[in-house]
Design a binder for this molecule. Structure first.
Ligand code: C2E
Ligand code: CA
Ligand code: CA
Length: 631
């Protein structure tokens, strides 16, 4: 209302000022031709016009060349300049730099064409401050129709703008915490949903309710309660990222909208969880309220949103429900609404803590998969980790390695693997049939990039007494891509002690030949994806052939993994492959089974029977060795 009234007032003022001026100029034209008595009457009218010129609005009159001839007091007051400072100048003098030159060109063009221009513009005050004005320009024409003058009327809009801002703040912001209010939240949430529909990116809504706030309010008083709410608001704002919206719904309820969480649900959930936990931790830190230390905690409900999803009201309902779930779970907790998501997050957390415990209890074991050379003789084994889960049974690495990598548990896990493999080497070294076996151990990127990786490996070899020449570390191509120099230095240092290196999953990465040459490698391992289809896909056959040729030219031994049929072996052998690993020779086996397996194939020369193409190969221990694990 205030604004409408103000606007009406300005328009009335402008109109009256324009009328007065037009009349004044008309009078000036006619004055010379009038009789004395008429002249007196006109002089009186002029006095009236001069008084009217001094209105509350600023006025400026220029000649046809836009040179300022006259300004009134209101004009000098609002611009900060005295009349003598502006008379003789062009209106350009007040330009603020806020508008493009085209803006002024248009403005003068329109004024000339239609006789007037009205609009908002920013001008510069004498103090240098830039402020908004409402400006009205009109032309004055002589009897012949040519422009003789321009008349400008201006009114300062700073107060109106400030009032607008105040109204806006009252309408969209919470006066206590200065956070957005429910209306702003609904507005932003609607925007976030629209953006998500357009980009396919996910977002999340966190509904935060303070635990036992009512108790603090009742016992310590509302002022203390208000102080807590203000501090909570500040902490929430600090936890949010740029672009996120933090709002107060009312009472002790807050909402945070997270946007730009990416298109993948797992990633979005992880990010939302991370920020949610950050908020929970921040709100748990002690508060000092009127010199007293207070403690508070939040219950947080979270829900993800995405393109195909729901309405704003539905999202709020879900987040609210999830918040009640968090309260029911004992408060000071974060709960996801999406039941599947909630389950996944709970499972993840459970798995991670179970993994930690299992590491302490040494429930991870190694299984060994035979590796044979071209004449069929057993030469060693790859150590493959399994988790002997107390409830879920034997778990394959794909079920826990990614999470071990994510959580950093891969570091202690990798050390245990190394320790177990070296102990195994030590045991085998005492047996004449096994003393020449090598064990290949998979090393993850995080493990290798540990500062003291070399020392850790050497210390393990030392502690167990294993022969470094019997230990081979399998690295993947992608692992070698970053920190190349560091990797080469570490490999070289270990190699000086006799440790060997195999490049695992070869052909799936992006190694450049020039830098492959620099790596102190012993072996290339053809990835099983090529081996699987060597007989059906000519491209894969060509790649396998090329890897063997590459190995030969670089004097590296080549092993093929995932060899399942005799036909595949024969093809690879034709290419010149040196060694094989795969179900054709044996699945990964527990150490005891591995030893029995050796006995079964006759450990004199540890030679699995190699058959002719097409002949079904039958292992002495057959299916009994196969693990109930999906590889
Ligand atoms: P990888 O290093 O490429 O290991 C070879 C995988 O192929 C093993 O799966 C093995 O069981 C499977 N495999 C072997 N022969 C055949 C075959 O003829 N046919 C088929 N279909 N599969 C075959 P596994 O044991 O499930 O291991 C999966 C991955 O987990 C390994 O791939 C490796 O990247 C990782 N991993 C295993 N143990 C460790 C470990 O101790 N440390 C680290 N960092 N990663 C490990
Ligand atoms: Ca491997
Ligand atoms: Ca592999």
């Amino acid at each position: 209302m205030k604004i409408i009234r103000l606007y009406g007032f300005i328009r009335r003022q402008l109109k009256s000022a324009e009328v007065v001026l037009a009349r004044t100029m008309g009078l000036l034209m006619r004055i010379a031709n009038r009789s004395i008595t008429e002249r007196k009457r006109i002089e009186q009218e002029l006095r009236i016009a001069a008084t009217a010129f001094e209105t509350q609005d600023g006025m400026m009159i220029t000649d046809r060349d836009k040179v300022i001839l006259r300004v009134n007091r209101a004009f000098t007051e609002s611009s900060g300049y005295g009349a003598e400072e502006v008379i003789g100048k062009s209106p350009q003098f007040f330009r603020s730099g806020y508008h493009e030159p085209a803006f002024y060109e248009d403005l003068w063009c329109q004024t000339k064409r239609q006789g007037y221009w009205r609009g908002e513009m920013y001008v510069r005050h004498k103090s240098g401050a830039v402020y908004p004005i409402w400006c009205s320009l009109a032309v004055v024409r002589g009897t012949d129709g040519t422009i003789t003058n321009y008349v400008g009327t201006v009114s300062d809009m700073s107060r109106r703008k400030a009032a607008e801002k105040e109204i806006m703040e009252l309408a969209f912001y919470d006066s206590l915490t200065k956070l957005g209010n429910r209306r702003l939240l609904m507005d932003r949430l609607q925007q976030a949903l629209t953006v998500s529909r357009r980009t396919g990116g996910r977002g999340a809504l966190l509904f935060i309710d303070l635990d036992n706030f009512k108790m603090l309010n009742d016992s310590a008083g509302h002022e203390i309660g208000d102080l807590l709410l203000q501090q909570v608001a500040k902490r929430l704002t600090n936890c949010a990222r740029e672009g996120d919206t933090v709002a107060r719904l009312g009472g002790d309820e807050f909402v945070v909208i997270l946007t730009d969480l990416g298109p993948q649900i797992e990633h979005a959930a992880r990010l939302a969880e991370l920020i949610g936990e950050r908020i929970r931790a921040a709100l748990n830190a002690p508060y000092v309220l009127a010199d007293q230390v207070h403690y508070s905690s939040p219950s947080i409900g979270a829900t993800l949103f995405h393109a195909e999803h729901e309405t704003v009201a539905e999202l709020l309902r879900r987040a609210d429900l999830a918040m009640y779930q968090a309260k029911a779970a004992g408060r000071n907790a974060l709960c996801f609404f999406d039941p599947a998501m909630q389950r996944a997050i709970t499972e993840r957390a459970e798995l991670e803590s179970a993994m930690r415990l299992s590491l302490q209890r040494k429930e991870f074991v190694l299984h060994y998969q035979p590796q044979v050379c071209s004449d069929g003789k057993l030469i060693g084994a790859e150590a493959l980790i399994r988790w002997q889960h107390p409830q879920r049974g034997l778990l394959a690495p794909c079920e826990f390695i990614p999470m071990a990598e994510d959580s950093g548990l891969i570091i202690p896990m990798g050390l245990q693997v190394l320790e177990m493999a070296c102990q195994q080497l030590m045991e085998w070294s005492a047996r004449s049939d096994l003393c020449n076996f090598t064990i290949s151990v998979n090393v993850s990127a995080r493990q290798l990039h540990q500062r003291d990786f070399v020392e850790q490996v050497l210390a393990t070899l030392d502690r167990t007494g294993a022969d470094p020449k019997r230990l081979k570390l399998e690295l993947t191509e992608s692992l070698l891509l970053d920190a190349v120099e560091d990797t080469i230095a570490k490999m070289t240092a270990l190699r000086a002690h006799g440790v060997g290196f195999s490049l695992d999953d070869f052909g799936t990465g992006y190694s450049s030949l020039s830098y492959l040459k620099r790596l102190p490698l012993d072996q290339l391992k053809i990835d099983q994806s090529f081996v699987r289809s060597v007989l059906v896909d000519p491209n894969d056959a060509a790649i396998a052939q090329m890897i063997v040729a590459l190995g030969q030219s670089m004097r590296l031994n080549v092993i093929a993994e995932g060899v399942e049929t005799e036909e595949q072996r024969i093809f690879l052998s034709g290419c010149g492959c040196h060694a094989y690993q795969g179900y054709l020779f044996g699945r990964p086996m527990a150490p005891r089974s591995f030893e029995t397996y050796l006995l079964g194939i006759g450990c004199d020369d540890a030679r699995p029977k190699i058959t002719r193409p097409g002949e079904q190969r039958c292992h002495p221990l057959g299916g009994r060795l196969l693990l109930p694990i999906a590889p």
